[in-house]
Write a protein that binds this ligand. Sequence first.
Ligand SMILES: Cc1cc2nc3c(=O)[nH]c(=O)nc-3n(C[C@H](O)[C@H](O)[C@H](O)COP(=O)(O)OP(=O)(O)OC[C@H]3O[C@@H](n4cnc5c(N)ncnc54)[C@H](O)[C@@H]3O)c2cc1C
Length: 637
Amino acid sequence: MKLDARIPSGPLADKWTDLSNHIKLVSPANKRKHTIIVVGTGLAGGAAAASLGELGYNVKAFCYQDSSRRAHSIAAQGGINAAKNYQNDGDTTYRLFYDTIKGGDFRGREANTYRLAELSMAIIDQAVAQGVPFAREYSGYLANRSFGGAQVSRTFYARGQTGQQLLLGAYSSLMAQVAAGTVDLHPRSEMLDLIVADGEARGIVVRDMVTGDIQSHVGDAVLLCTGGYSNVFFLSTNAKGCNATAAWRAHRRGAGFANPCYTQIHPTCIPQSGDYQSKLTLMSESLRNDGRVWVPVKAGDDRAASQIPESERDYYLERLYPAYGNLAPRDISSRAAKRACDEGRGVGPTKRGVYLDFADAIERLGVDVIRDRYGNLFEMYEKITGENPYEVPMRIYPAPHYTMGGLWVDYYLMSNIPGLFVLGEANFSDHGANRLGASALMQGLADGYFVAPYTVGEYLAGRQFEAVDSRHPSVREAISNVQRIEEQLLSINGSRTVDSMHRELGMLMLDKCGMSRTREGLEEAIGIIRALREEYWTNIRVPGDEDEVNQELEKAGRVADYFELAELMCIDALRREESCGGHFREEYQTAEGEALRNDEEFCNVAVWEHTGNPSQPRRHVEPLDFETVEPATRSYK
Ligand SMILES: Cc1cc2nc3c(=O)[nH]c(=O)nc-3n(C[C@H](O)[C@H](O)[C@H](O)COP(=O)(O)OP(=O)(O)OC[C@H]3O[C@@H](n4cnc5c(N)ncnc54)[C@H](O)[C@@H]3O)c2cc1C
């Protein structure tokens, strides 16, 4: 596997501008001769398909939902970062870049992260032009709030519905292109394989989820914008449909998978309430602007929150990280919550919870201000828990939320398979070992609106592509591969449901490859995953047929892929003998219990190659060269 990050030379701040100044362009007359396949219509894919369509390419866009508007991006609540410095509180492009690279525990690629910070401002302008109703100050300026890991206010928001409003903006641009005839939209279509012809990505195989028809679609480039893999944990804040199949099948075709063990367990989610729950709900990090996190000082204190006096409360984030307090980054806040609960100081029926208390903020600002800022989140919390957060503190606990790992890409967002680009949460590129809040929307939109339209053009410029049609051997082979997997899943007729096996895998992953990991636990998990995978392929039962709507069949394919990905996550976590960001190996910690990096051996991206046997992946590394920042011990104290 050849890994060339193709980072442009020159000073960090000039790399993207210089590249844009000289990048090869496709002439308007030639653009319509190229077909580009975009899988996914969330913020990354929707933005990319709309932008490429507007440029005049022939775009075919796919998603598995009934409407492209229902992509998981719609769930994003809290906001999107941009270094506009409207608050005049000292923000700059460099500061946003530095916060992001430090937040990622110096395991991200400098050049990509800097470009992200640089493009952040254009995203806000683009969204405002589309009519995205960002919150505004009385003066008319766009309002900002703070998110974790930053000492400035740079998060733009639309109440607790920022993702929804941004997606509606991207969707309206996309639908304008559908109406103009440049984008051909295929909802209810699930990509199940990548077509690689003569070493280049040339198309995809999809299943029509209504008729079960297996079809191929070919083009000159393929963009995967298919989101993350948090649902490997079964319980997560992601929509139930989110899955890793597109990325995983591309990996099986040769695309490197980078840093699979970097996952984010978000500190502010509603605690699990029962064994048969299928999903967890996020309470946006924005709540930590005004909410104070605490647990009782004494272990086993069963009194109601209102009965515990101030002197017997431990506002542990404020105590441990006075400079950032309740806005400490996610990985650090999650581990601190876990530690408090492990010490027996957790609250709520399961004792796996900590308080997020708004009493002080309500007293200081008044209930109307709090309702204005977080009203819909408070309402959602009350509907789910039956408790009124205006009157009693919320209870929160960490939950799987985001995946920093993903398919490896170079600076151009192209994977190691020429012609296969990967955008948004599906790639590994910008967040290192921990993502700061409000930076995923920023990345998806930067990739889709501003990076891919240039870099995909660069790939296509001046190229004549040989025709690939349905008779091409690579197309036929990909189609029969998909059919074979489907037939195999339907023919097992065992006794376990796909869900029961997914739940078992998820609980194991959360326990052994979640907020903290050990050598012993990971080795044990790998053995169990192998045994479970064998059971999966011999003992699941998938009812129904292939030529109809069959959600069990859809799930069965996705969970089969999770069983392989889960093993790779554990192998990667085992091999990375250090702690960094969301990857916390208990063996590698400071005296104060913080992550202990090993820059000497692991200042790199681990990129895994599929060898045909999921238990024997091959590891490659891309060294991380820090030209501008000095990797330091991360401190939020
Ligand atoms: C509850 C919640 C709140 C969040 N809040 C914030 C926030 O406030 N700020 C922030 O920056 N980030 C937030 N995030 C993270 C952020 O929402 C996501 O990282 C981001 O929206 C991902 O966008 P995406 O375009 O990469 O993928 P997605 O929005 O997940 O879109 C994936 C697309 O790919 C398609 N797809 C996937 N697989 C296939 C397949 N095999 N075949 C066909 N189509 C396929 C889907 O149909 C969909 O269209 C939040 C996440 C969650 C879970």
